[in-house]
Design a protein around this ligand. Structure first.
Ligand code: HPA
Ligand code: ZN
Length: 338
């Protein structure tokens, strides 16, 4: 088991489900709050961590939006992103596709240019200094209106060269993918990649809608797909990647126990899950911690772990040549460990 954990830890991998605002460690949050003269409703880093006990998605989101409210200028977004990228590199992430939530910033008066500018500058440095490639995915907050999402897509126009895709996140139940049909149609016309959170708390029908109405190329989470055999068959048939987040699932009570995590069932059903950290600062671990937690709790074989690692590159929005290069790097690593 320990061997499998280190095999996964040392392997080159991609991370495809990571909210940059969810990588905000309390130490950095305090430092940025102080330099911006913003008061946090917590006395210490320990107090912040102690508040990270959630019984559902909404309880987490309330504290997540509060945390990001100390981010005000370009440098803040750079520091946040650079801290994640360095930490991800330590987990042998060689390619990352990160989400950001512009509406969580522009609604507070932060300039779109400052948020995306700081994030993109750090991603450029990751390529130059860490050899890490990346894609940037702009998420729409689904608890807000479609008009708000359309206005955000409009506001993003001057920055299209920095944006690779759009996604859908925040409170799932009561905010089905169908609510965002028009804005995703526009995003597709712009040639953007399409993803959406679906089936984290919401029913299988939301996953059908993500496929049929939004025309997603990946499903973020997708846990509840397993309740619907026809949906499982469709996802397996299409080789649809599911960006699964085990520690997130545990912290948000999507699963009661890691031993009951559906990753085993997903693999057995011929689905294509990969492993991700979602909001690592809030959920207690980065991508390698997620692999370790699964391997500890479940009877995963080396073949399973290899498949999860391969899926991370196969599901990535890399051009064919880059994808093959990354997959070859993984195969070379797997051969080298014997
Ligand atoms: N689910 C939905 N919205 C989110 C999440 C999540 O896990 N993390 C940040 N926004
Ligand atoms: Zn997420």
């Amino acid at each position: 088991m320990t061997d499998l954990i280190s095999l996964a830890a040392n392997a080159p991998k991609a991370e495809l489900h990571l909210h940059i605002e969810g990588s905000f460690e309390p130490e950095l949050m305090f430092a940025i709050a102080q330099r911006n003269g913003v008061k946090l409703p917590f006395a210490s880093v320990e107090d912040i961590r102690a508040a990270y006990n959630f019984s559902n998605l909404q309880e987490f989101l309330d504290i997540y939006y509060q945390g990001m409210s100390v981010l005000l200028c370009e440098r803040d977004f750079y520091d946040l992103t650079w801290a994640y990228l360095k930490r991800a590199a330590a987990d042998n992430v060689i390619h990352t596709e990160i989400f950001f939530d512009p509406q969580g910033h522009t609604a507070r008066g932060v300039a779109f240019a400052d948020a995306i500018g700081g994030i993109a500058r750090a991603l450029g440095d990751a390529q130059d200094k860490l050899g890490m490639s990346s894609k940037l995915i702009m998420c729409f907050l689904r608890h807000l209106s479609e008009e708000d999402a359309l206005a955000t897509l409009e506001e993003a126009q001057p920055f299209m060269a920095l944006i690779d895709g759009v996604g859908l996140d925040s409170s799932e139940i009561g905010h089905p993918p169908s609510k965002f049909e028009r804005v995703f149609a526009k995003a597709r016309e712009l040639g953007l990649h399409i993803v959406a959170h679906a089936g984290e708390e919401g029913p299988p029908d939301y996953i059908w809608q993500a496929l049929d109405i939004l025309k997603v190329e990946r499903v973020d989470h997708g846990n509840r797909a397993l309740e619907d055999g026809k949906l499982v068959a469709r996802l397996a048939d299409e080789g649809m990647c599911l960006t699964v987040c085990p520690l997130s699932n545990l912290k948000l009570c999507v699963v009661d126990d890691m031993k009951a995590h559906p990753i085993r069932a997903m693999l057995d059903a011929g689905l294509k899950p990969c492993i991700n950290s979602d909001d690592p600062s809030y959920f207690g671990g980065y991508v390698n911690d997620n692999f370790a937690a699964l391997i500890d709790a479940l009877p995963l074989t080396r073949t399973d772990v290899e498949q999860l690692l391969r899926n991370s590159f196969e599901g990535a929005f890399l051009a064919a040549e880059e994808k093959n290069k990354a997959l070859r790097r993984l195969e070379d690593y797997l051969l080298s460990v014997g």
